[in-house]
Ligand binder design. Sequence first.
Ligand code: CO
Length: 154
Amino acid sequence: MAIRSVVKIGDEILRKKSKEVVEFDFKLADLLDDMVETMRKADGAGLAAPQVGILKRVVVIDVGQGIVELVNPKILKTAGAVSEIEGCLSVPNKKGYVIRPKSVKLEAFDRCGNKCIIKGEDLFARAICHEIDHLDGILYVDKLEEGRPLMNEK
Ligand code: CO
């Protein structure tokens, strides 16, 4: 495992659309392991592959309930809307309010290629939506709640 460097806002790679994973091989496992290690080191709640410079639909999340790995995630259903503060490892020292679904249902694959149905609520749902946005070149700063500008973290 290795720590990878996190790409910061301004880098064009964060604005590109990621490709679906087709090979569930050792390279995918290495990427996931490195992403988990990188996320932990940076004390983040989630990380998407484009943030380490890889345009693949791969996400890791840890909102305090253990590591969740999502490959080719696809949201099937959302419900509710909640405004909360979020941040991003690619947008250092900033925070802002974003309206996200209160709950989401999605399908995704694990690192072995098994399809899973996952349900998330609140912070977990928020993290899922934030990370999937990264796979489509979207950053949370694009979605700030109207009238609530980006804030400095400290
Ligand atoms: Co982010």
